[in-house]
Design a binder for this molecule. Structure first.
Ligand SMILES: CC(C)(COP(=O)(O)OP(=O)(O)OC[C@H]1O[C@@H](n2cnc3c(N)ncnc32)[C@H](O)[C@@H]1OP(=O)(O)O)[C@@H](O)C(=O)NCCC(=O)NCCS
Length: 165
């Protein structure tokens, strides 16, 4: 399995993969594929990595800039992240996320936030922190990972592409 940046010819594959990964998930808005497209179209897909296996895309992760109400810069949001249903729980998601977090640090990011299951994201160092708030999401599902000691404080907003449907 190889992890690398997405290529233009993989856009359709990423869309299908994302749709398949989130299909039937109760908490899904079923808009995740449209969100990835909207971020890309807006030039807001800061990091977009694919996992390639047997010549096909089997996983994808997106990172895009977020804003924080205290004016802090350099924070990013992880997601959507998708692994092809028949290849899940084999380490592909973890490999994509580790690589993405490493790249974020290389570009000088201050940290990353994620909305999702703490049981999964805590393994990467994500923690819920009262200094970060996101809409009316229960705090334990909104987690952050700072790359420096200075954690900002405030309400987090994702790129408008997250409103895509
Ligand atoms: C979530 C997802 C990206 C994880 O990728 P993956 O390649 O399947 O998972 P990995 O193999 O990297 O990690 C497996 C580990 O994570 C755990 N895990 C996988 N999905 C999980 C989930 N949704 N919640 C909690 N733990 C999860 C497994 O139990 C396993 O734990 P272990 O290592 O202690 O045995 C993938 O399952 C997926 O595409 N799911 C559907 C879409 C989705 O839910 N995306 C995330 C939205 S926040």
């Amino acid at each position: 399995m190889r992890i690398r940046a997405e290529r233009p010819e993989e856009v359709d594959e990423i869309r299908s993969l994302t749709t398949a990964a989130f299909r039937n998930l109760l908490y899904s808005s079923q808009t995740e594929a449209a969100i990835v497209d909207a971020l890309r179209d807006a030039g807001a897909l800061t990091i977009s990595l694919v996992a390639v296996q047997d010549g096909g895309v089997v996983g994808h992760v997106a990172f895009s800039a977020v804003t924080i109400s205290d004016g802090s810069n350099g924070w990013y949001g992880l997601g959507p992240v998708s692994v092809r249903p028949d290849r899940q729980r084999k380490g592909i998601g973890q490999a994509l996320i580790h690589k993405g977090l490493e790249l974020l640090q290389h570009i000088g990011a201050q940290g990353c936030v994620v909305l999702g299951d703490p049981g999964y994201y805590s393994r990467f160092g994500f923690r819920s922190d009262p200094r970060f708030r996101y809409a009316d999401v229960p705090p334990e599902y909104f987690q952050c990972l700072g790359f420096t000691e200075n954690l900002p404080r405030g309400e987090v907003s994702y790129h408008p592409g997250f409103g895509a449907s």
